[in-house]
Design a protein. Structure first.
Length: 83
Protein backbone atom coordinates (compact mmCIF):
# COMPACT_ATOMS: atom_id res chain seq x y z
CA UNK A 1 0.00 0.00 0.00
CA UNK A 2 1.42 3.43 -0.86
CA UNK A 3 2.53 5.50 2.14
CA UNK A 4 0.03 8.20 1.22
CA UNK A 5 -2.80 5.80 2.12
CA UNK A 6 -1.33 4.44 5.37
CA UNK A 7 -2.34 5.55 8.84
CA UNK A 8 -1.19 8.97 9.88
CA UNK A 9 1.85 8.61 12.14
CA UNK A 10 1.54 10.03 15.62
CA UNK A 11 4.22 12.51 16.59
CA UNK A 12 4.46 11.45 20.23
CA UNK A 13 4.60 7.67 20.17
CA UNK A 14 4.97 4.92 17.60
CA UNK A 15 2.53 2.86 19.70
CA UNK A 16 -0.28 5.41 19.65
CA UNK A 17 -2.79 3.50 17.54
CA UNK A 18 -5.69 2.45 19.75
CA UNK A 19 -5.85 5.09 22.45
CA UNK A 20 -7.48 8.48 22.80
CA UNK A 21 -4.33 10.28 23.94
CA UNK A 22 -2.63 10.47 20.52
CA UNK A 23 -1.36 13.96 19.74
CA UNK A 24 -1.68 13.85 15.96
CA UNK A 25 -5.05 15.29 14.98
CA UNK A 26 -7.21 12.59 13.43
CA UNK A 27 -4.63 9.83 13.88
CA UNK A 28 -6.19 6.39 13.56
CA UNK A 29 -9.71 7.53 14.31
CA UNK A 30 -12.05 5.47 12.15
CA UNK A 31 -14.91 7.95 12.31
CA UNK A 32 -12.89 11.06 11.55
CA UNK A 33 -14.72 13.05 8.86
CA UNK A 34 -13.79 12.25 5.27
CA UNK A 35 -13.22 15.95 4.65
CA UNK A 36 -10.32 16.00 7.14
CA UNK A 37 -8.33 13.40 5.22
CA UNK A 38 -9.33 14.89 1.88
CA UNK A 39 -8.11 18.34 2.92
CA UNK A 40 -4.92 16.87 4.41
CA UNK A 41 -4.01 14.47 1.58
CA UNK A 42 -6.14 15.46 -1.38
CA UNK A 43 -8.01 12.13 -1.33
CA UNK A 44 -9.99 9.94 1.02
CA UNK A 45 -8.21 7.59 3.38
CA UNK A 46 -7.88 4.07 1.99
CA UNK A 47 -10.80 2.59 3.92
CA UNK A 48 -13.30 5.39 3.38
CA UNK A 49 -15.89 4.56 0.77
CA UNK A 50 -15.09 0.85 0.64
CA UNK A 51 -17.95 -1.55 0.05
CA UNK A 52 -18.21 -5.12 1.24
CA UNK A 53 -18.25 -7.83 -1.39
CA UNK A 54 -19.50 -11.38 -1.29
CA UNK A 55 -17.11 -14.18 -0.43
CA UNK A 56 -17.93 -16.75 -3.07
CA UNK A 57 -14.93 -18.94 -2.25
CA UNK A 58 -16.44 -20.66 0.80
CA UNK A 59 -19.27 -23.15 0.97
CA UNK A 60 -22.46 -21.77 2.50
CA UNK A 61 -23.39 -23.16 5.91
CA UNK A 62 -27.18 -23.11 6.11
CA UNK A 63 -27.06 -22.65 9.90
CA UNK A 64 -25.05 -19.44 9.49
CA UNK A 65 -27.47 -17.69 7.13
CA UNK A 66 -29.40 -14.82 8.71
CA UNK A 67 -32.81 -14.01 7.32
CA UNK A 68 -34.06 -10.46 6.96
CA UNK A 69 -36.94 -11.26 9.32
CA UNK A 70 -34.57 -12.40 12.10
CA UNK A 71 -32.28 -9.39 11.77
CA UNK A 72 -35.19 -6.96 11.53
CA UNK A 73 -36.89 -8.47 14.60
CA UNK A 74 -33.64 -8.12 16.54
CA UNK A 75 -33.28 -4.48 15.49
CA UNK A 76 -36.86 -3.72 16.47
CA UNK A 77 -36.45 -5.35 19.89
CA UNK A 78 -33.12 -3.68 20.64
CA UNK A 79 -30.41 -4.81 23.03
CA UNK A 80 -31.84 -6.34 26.19
CA UNK A 81 -28.73 -8.05 27.56
CA UNK A 82 -25.07 -7.47 26.86
CA UNK A 83 -23.51 -10.60 28.31
Amino acid sequence: MPDDFRRIADNSSEYCYHTDDCTTEGANVADIPTAYYYNLRGHKSWYQGLRYGANNLCDVEEDDIQSFATVNASNQKGVTDNV
